[in-house]
Design a protein around this ligand. Sequence first.
Ligand code: G6P
Ligand code: MG
Length: 237
Amino acid sequence: MPRPDPCRAVIFDLDGVLTDTAHLHFLAWRALAESLGLPFDEAFNERLKGVDRMGSLALILAQDPARRWTETERLALATRKNAHYQRLLGGLGPGDLLPGAAEALTTCRAAGKRIALASVSHNAPTVLQRLGITDHFDHVVDARTLHRSKPDPEIFLRAAAALGVPPAECIGVEDAQAGIDAIKAAGMYAVGLGRAGALRGADEVLATLRGFEPSEGAHLAPAHSPSGPGMRKVAPA
Ligand code: G6P
Ligand code: MG
């Protein structure tokens, strides 16, 4: 699928795209899982990326189907994980933006694109504030009002509607498989961030946001430091 022409909006995920909070989520989930005697590693964590808090907990607990949890117990576990995660967020600041993230936001703005955030994290507004990038967004989807988590397209469709841009004229940027699936189900162009071949269905996969340009082909233009580490475009899986 070619880049949208025109491209009028770029919709970013947060955790793992603009900052490495994906790792903080991992640490907090691992601590919880281990305290329950349940296995948890990086590979399992990949399945939780982009999935909301209660959905993630359900996947962890499902590893031991014989054990039953009441809704009250589940809520208590989710609250415990979130308290741990929020403690880890305490040290977050502008220096924790991932390589190229700040530049990508200013490049999109300079190119006249509308910009939205599509994160299912209830902590997203706090994270944006700590990173000092809240003002870069024309719209931040309120995760508390969502009915369905990624891979459902709801969050990306809501972002596009709030920006007043048709999905076909939007680029979505994601680090998680559930997020790429959500972008594609929304009918948008999907930019994946990560290892080549790791994100099925992405229209392109970049190693980082370094050199990201929202316009067709611009990110590959030879004049734009093609040898930079983030410039490597790899074939979609
Ligand atoms: C993002 C992350 C997930 C996280 C979810 C909910 O999608 O990729 O790992 O579980 O947000 O985050 P929250 O801050 O609401 O617990
Ligand atoms: Mg993510």
